[in-house]
Design a protein around this ligand. Sequence first.
Ligand SMILES: [Zn+2]
Length: 94
Amino acid sequence: MAKTSLQKARARAFKLQNGCCFYCGQRMNQSPITKCTAEHLQARSEGGGVVGNIVAACWYCNNHRHRSRIPMVPEAWQVYVGRKVQQKRWPTLT
Ligand SMILES: [Zn+2]
């Protein structure tokens, strides 16, 4: 089966980020919570496309951002998670 452009963009982002999550900076792998997901910096519903709009984030960070009713924008979420990681209040995923 041919890869979709989204899968290609995710693979490209994964490489660019050296396999580390855009938010928590931890290395992604194949486990259910650390697997690499494609995160849209601008939501598709807001007209965000694929090119230049995809970063690789681990499932945990991606999933938690979308848990709030009004998810934080990616930039804010990155700062938030980064702070939690520094405080060691973000799970170690590896
Ligand atoms: Zn992460």
